[in-house]
Design a protein around this ligand. Structure first.
Ligand SMILES: CC(C)(COP(=O)(O)OP(=O)(O)OC[C@H]1O[C@@H](n2cnc3c(N)ncnc32)[C@H](O)[C@@H]1OP(=O)(O)O)[C@@H](O)C(=O)NCCC(=O)NCCS
Length: 150
């Protein structure tokens, strides 16, 4: 059985996320803007000081495959984001495991609302979020807000 783990987002994940987020398909699906390696390094070095942000590397049987996290953690709300960078691991139930793990963390922290933004044409992701209990809210400029009451 493959074991999915949520681990520290370290230099190894930093290097891989550079590759993953520069893959055109993933860049588009995750709505990632252009960025340089200097931007990325600056962002990485700011992580420890960010109080409203958390990030985890995702491994399957020890192999790094993706990244997920929470941002804009404020009062009783947070915003989920995540992607599987290694396409060999798409459609194997891991996205669902990632989401369920994050929901469990949010519930333990007594957050009451989890939201996310997804491109309106990212059907795979929208299906995953609907399956895990998110409701569609307004779409603005092609970006759909989805919300789950915890
Ligand atoms: C979107 C993503 C997180 C889904 O994770 P995944 O591990 O591939 O999905 P899972 O295997 O856990 O599937 C869970 C559900 O998602 C939906 N889903 C996943 N892939 C799908 C696809 N290609 N087409 C339609 N629905 C899909 C289905 O509802 C599925 O449930 P089912 O298996 O009972 O049909 C992953 O494919 C990914 O990271 N893609 C690239 C980046 C991205 O789009 N990130 C999200 C940005 S908001």
């Amino acid at each position: 059985m493959k074991v999915v783990e949520f681990v520290k987002f370290d230099e190894k994940f930093l290097e891989l996320s550079w590759i993953w987020l520069n893959d055109l398909e993933i860049k588009v699906l995750t709505n990632t803007p252009d960025f340089t390696q200097i931007d990325q390094r600056r962002w990485f070095e700011s992580l420890d000081s960010k109080k409203d942000y958390e990030i985890w590397g995702v491994t399957v049987s020890g192999i790094p495959i993706g990244v997920c996290g929470l941002k804009n953690i404020k009062n009783s709300e947070a915003e989920y984001w995540g992607y599987i960078g290694d396409k060999l691991y798409w459609r194997k139930g891991i996205g669902e495991i990632m989401m369920k793990h994050i929901i469990t963390i949010c519930k333990k922290r007594e957050l009451s609302v989890l939201k996310l933004f997804v491109l309106e044409n990212n059907i795979a992701a929208i299906n995953l979020y609907s399956k895990t209990g998110f409701q569609k809210q307004l779409a603005v400029n092609g970006l759909l807000e989805m919300i789950k009451i915890l």
